[in-house]
Each structure stands twice: as structure tokens, then as C-alpha cells.
Design a protein around this ligand. Sequence first.
Ligand code: UDP
Length: 148
Amino acid sequence: MEKTFLMIKPDGVGRGLVGEIVKRIENKGIKIVGAKLMTVSEDLAKTHYGEHSEKPFFGELVDFITSGPVFAMVLEGENVVEIGRTLVGKTNPAESAPGTIRGDYGMTVGKNIIHGSDSVASAEKEIALWFKEEEIIDYNLVTAAWVY
Ligand code: UDP
């Protein structure tokens, strides 16, 4: 079964949106197999956003992600990378449809509430970067029979 990585950023945690976002994930039929509230070291932030290291916003992005706790999650489900991105919305909240997390809660690209892996390959990389193997739990959701 496919897995993806979602992370509620410091603005989402600070605004008290963890419950609201987790509710959307559960209601959708997605299984949460890993979750933790954590602070992000500068090293982790720079590795996670490594592909943006040459961009003008990189410094601000690292400062922002390390500025307060984040809520990191590993999610499991069929096609969950694409479905996760659909729930998250577009990078710029102004272009994100209502009903998406960024569309409903975000106003600016610099504080867009949540991260979601953009491909199966980056999901695998990000899960390995953020979670230890023993932090990912294998269990059955009885509701799965009604989702699939
Ligand atoms: N970002 C930013 N300014 C920009 C573009 C991106 O602050 O002009 C931040 C924003 O938080 C975004 C993150 O950098 O979520 C990563 O950018 P990416 O293009 O990978 O978007 P995402 O995959 O998060 O939608």
C-alpha cells in the first residue's frame, strides 16, 4: 500500500489547526500510520527543502519551519500521494480551491499551513528522513472494508 508524508507547519500548529486537519484525513478514509509533534533542527529543515537551497526564499523558509513545533505524519492508502496533494491544495493558497487545506486556511505562500510529498519517490525519501522505522505502525482499520 502506498505511503506519503504530510507535515503541519508551525503556522498550522500555532493556529490550532491540527485537529481540523487530522479530521479531514480520517474522514477521507486515509490511514494514519505515523504521527508526532516535534521541533525541526536547522539540519533537518535544510535537508528536507534541499531542492530549494538556491532560491531567494530558502533562508526564510528554513527560519519559518524551525520557528515552532510541526506535526509530522505518515499516511497510508491507495494512491495516497496524489490524494494527499489534492487535500493539501496548490502551493499558493490564492490558487487553492476552497475545500483544500491551503484553500480554506492559508493566505500566503510563505505561511501555507502544511506540506505534502509531491511524488512517490519524494514520499519515500521524506518518510525515511523524518521517521524511524519503529515509529511507523502496521495495523488494520475496520473501516477499510467500506473505503476500498
Ligand atoms: N515557498 C515560499 N515562497 C515561494 C515558493 C515556495 O516560501 O515563492 C515555500 C512554501 O512554504 C512552499 C515551500 O516553499 O510550501 C516548498 O515549495 P514547493 O514549490 O516545493 O511547494 P509545495 O510542494 O510545498 O506545494
